[in-house]
Design a protein around this ligand. Structure first.
Ligand code: ATP
Ligand code: MG
Length: 453
């Protein structure tokens, strides 16, 4: 059954109390009443009604004082004044005291009901907003950057500084070090900005990038049946994370630069400049300086992006954080808290972690899965992985024994590249770096491989 809303009526006129009580009771409200200020405050304290109908003049206290007192006890209460002679002065005083509204006698019961419903609607909206704010805070608390090393302290300081301004941030560092998480942390600390959107520049087919970024007008190309807003417009007022910015096609870099400089964009096929207020955070695991030298990345765009630069060191530079981070992941992935077997942490701290925190996270997740209800031995899983890799490599080497098994060098190379790509979790940048080739070379090779396999 729906709970009835309580209303407190405070008035020294017994006729008003009786008639209002009967009327409200008949409309499913729970009514309590008081005939003096003192009694009103006591009843309010005891029943905490969300709504109060309050007489302007009471024998013992002024209605405005009581209004302030009630709001001190519960600031969310909606107070409606009932006044005998409403003057503009009194209305202003009532609103300043925090009242929701006022009714001047004589008023119709319809008028009263409408005002009550308006107050209850307003309460509902406030409740909804509070829930949203609570959810947002929960969401923000979910962002955890664990570690208390100097490296992490330094990063937290930089996050704080970046959150205090609206300047563009460029976050660099190897794959899996926590760049995207740091971007989210910067956004989370900026209370002013609500929306957080991200776009992975490497994941969009080249011919669609421009439309994804800046949107398009209707009918401008085949398939553009409706006008579409791009991600810059959708993120208006919020933060936009441009993940893997190093992968943005060269021909679009100058358009991006213009948008960043002018803080306005033009949709494809559109002539109107649309102003956008977006806080940009870009990340890359490429060495952009090298990309600039190789003419793959515009230098002017680089300078525009790197107003605030945060470099995230690899995990092997703050191995001392491993116990804390590993324990945090174990708490996340294990149903009940599990400890690590003896010596495991030491072994984890001796590994070089090419995949950084992501690799650590993955191995703890696997350990939690396969070592259910036992002490965790993630270092053992790592060792088994490496043994398997070695056996696999040895197996491939064995293939090459004997004249009949000899392969053309290109084929062997391709085989090796595919193998490295698998080992690097299909991360192109990491594979290219590990093999010491440029990203474009690797992509070319992978394309050939795909075509021939
Ligand atoms: N200090 C940390 N504490 C806890 N978790 C972390 C930390 N750093 C990173 N992580 C977690 O590690 C994973 C990888 O982080 P993230 O995706 O931010 O890396 P990245 O640098 O953006 O990688 P990529 O270059 O591949 O995009 C995420 O699950 C993230 O939550
Ligand atoms: Mg990322």
């Amino acid at each position: 059954m729906k709970r009835r809303t309580a209303i407190l009526v405070v008035d020294d006129d017994p006729f008003i109390i009786t008639s209002l009580s009967e009327f409200l009771h008949a409309r499913q409200f729970k009514v309590c009443s008081a005939s003096s200020g003192k009694e009103g405050i006591e009843k309010f304290d005891a029943h905490q009604p969300p709504l109060v109908l309050l007489d302007q003049k009471l024998p013992d206290r002024n209605g405005l004082d009581i209004c302030k007192k009630l709001l001190e006890i519960n600031p969310r209460t909606k107070i409606i004044f009932i006044t005998a002679h409403a003057t503009v002065r009194y209305a202003v005083d009532a609103m300043q005291a925090g009242a929701f509204n006022y009714l001047s006698k004589p008023f119709s019961l319809d008028e009263l009901l409408i005002t009550i419903n308006m107050a209850l609607n307003s309460l509902q909206i406030e409740d909804k907003l509070r829930v949203q704010e609570y959810n947002r805070q929960q969401e923000r608390q979910k962002i955890r950057l664990i570690g208390s090393s100097l490296v992490m302290d330094n990063l937290h300081e930089q996050i704080q500084l970046a959150a205090e301004s609206d300047a563009i941030v460029l976050i660099t560092g190897e794959t899996g070090v926590g760049k995207s998480e740091i971007a989210r942390a910067i956004h989370a600390q900026q209370a002013r900005r609500e929306t957080f959107l991200s776009i992975n520049c490497a994941a969009i087919p080249e011919n669609l990038v421009e439309a994804e970024y800046f949107g398009h007008e209707k009918g401008i190309f085949t398939g553009a049946d409706v006008r579409r807003e791009g991600i810059f417009e959708l993120a208006d007022g919020g933060t936009l994370l441009l993940d893997e910015i190093g992968e943005i096609p060269f021909h679009l870099q100058s358009k991006l630069l213009t948008v960043l400089e002018e803080k306005a964009l033009r949709r494809i096929g559109g002539s109107r400049a649309i102003p956008v207020d977006v806080r940009i955070i870009a990340t890359t695991n490429q060495k952009l300086e090298q990309a600039i030298e190789e003419k793959r990345f515009r230098q002017d765009l680089y300078y525009r992006l790197a107003v605030i630069k945060i470099h995230v060191p690899p995990l092997r530079r703050h191995l001392e954080d491993i116990p804390e981070i590993a324990t945090y992941f174990a708490e996340q992935f294990c149903r009940k808290p599990l400890s690590f077997a003896n010596g495991q942490m030491d072994q984890l701290m001796q590994y070089r972690w090419p995949g950084n925190v992501r690799e650590l996270r993955n191995i703890i997740e696997r350990a939690a899965l396969v070592q259910k209800n036992k002490a965790l031995r993630p270092a053992e899983l790592l060792r088994l992985d490496r043994e398997k890799t070695c056996t696999h490599m040895a197996g491939e080497a064995a293939l090459l024994q004997g004249m009949e098994d000899l392969l053309p060098i290109d084929e062997v190379l391709n085989h090796y590249i595919a193998h490295a790509y698998r080992l690097c979790n299909r991360n192109k940048s990491l594979t290219a770096r590990t093999l010491g080739v440029s990203l474009s070379t690797l992509k070319r090779k992978l394309k050939v491989l795909r075509a021939t396999s």
